[in-house]
Design a protein around this ligand. Structure first.
Ligand code: KIV
Ligand code: NA
Length: 271
């Protein structure tokens, strides 16, 4: 299928109508996202949302490739971006390129995303120079949960300069956009004003160049925990619970299947 939105188009959207981004992990969700969004992000959040992992640290290349392929099959307009999983890019630029190239070649997505600011700049430049557009991700970087010590707001109390420096470093390295996660809104606004590439916020206030949410969070499908920045636009989990309960009750009562769901032994002859 044709996927007209490309990283250069996203970059050119700086300061314009906000970019609309949602995560996607499957073909049917990607089709829904494709109809309304600019980017379908195959986030490593897939590990927690669909695979029951306690964090994103256990997500593998194979998982990202499988879900990435499912998502690109569902897209006709929106651009897919695939998260590089923990352990697939941190060692150094060559190692990162090898894995990023696999993600692009095996899924058909034109771009990857990786976590980290100043310390990942060299890798971002290496990938970009060799044909792989990179979306960066600074502020709260969930793959570093064990060194950060939790999923807290990043950039308060004098930490703001570091987040600003990280954002400037990934832009300088050639990233075509940058996710700002759980950054105070004033800081996110200053970063957005300071960069020439679009900022895509999640828990970063309304003044970013775009917004992203985890689709299962905003649909009310994933309810293990609910960060403050998640707005629930639907309660699909609750609806599914009600539907499954009704089915279970009807099966036990032998009221499902009804005659119209069953196959008669003898077909009526046509008149
Ligand atoms: O994995 C993910 O879903 C993400 C977004 C929340 C930015 O990285
Ligand atoms: Na992620």
């Amino acid at each position: 299928p044709v996927k007209p939105v490309l990283p250069a188009d996203i970059r050119a959207r700086k300061g314009g109508t906000p970019l609309v981004v949602l995560t996607s992990y499957t073909t049917p969700m990607a089709r829904l996202v494709d109809a309304h969004c600019d980017i379908a992000l195959v986030g490593d959040s897939v590990g927690m949302v669909l695979h029951g992992l306690p964090s994103t640290l256990g997500v593998t290349m194979e998982m990202m490739i499988l879900h990435g392929r499912a998502v690109t099959r569902g897209l006709t307009k929106a651009m897919a971006v695939i998260d590089m999983p923990f352990g697939s890019y941190e060692e150094g630029p060559e190692h990162a390129f090898r894995n990023a190239a696999r993600l692009v070649a095996e899924t058909g997505a034109p771009a990857v995303k990786l976590e980290g600011g100043t310390h990942m700049a060299e890798t971002i430049a290496f990938l970009t120079a060799r044909g792989i557009p990179v979306m960066a991700h600074v502020g709260l970087t969930p793959q570093s949960v064990n060194t950060i010590g939790g999923y807290k707001v990043v950039g308060r109390d004098g930490e703001g300069d570091k987040v600003m420096a990280d954002a400037l470093a990934v832009e300088e390295a050639g990233a075509f956009s940058v996710v700002l996660e759980k950054v105070p809104e004033g800081l996110a606004s200053r970063i957005t004003q300071s960069l020439d590439i679009p900022t895509i916020g999640i828990g970063a206030g309304v003044r970013c160049d775009g917004q992203v949410l985890v689709i299962d969070d905003m649909l009310g499908m994933f309810t293990e925990f609910r960060p403050k920045f998640v707005k629930r636009y639907a309660d699909l989990g609750q609806q599914a619970d009600r539907a499954i309960a009704a089915y279970a009750e009807e099966v036990r009562a032998r009221s499902f299947p009804a005659p119209e769901h069953a196959f008669p032994d003898v077909l009526k002859a046509k008149p």
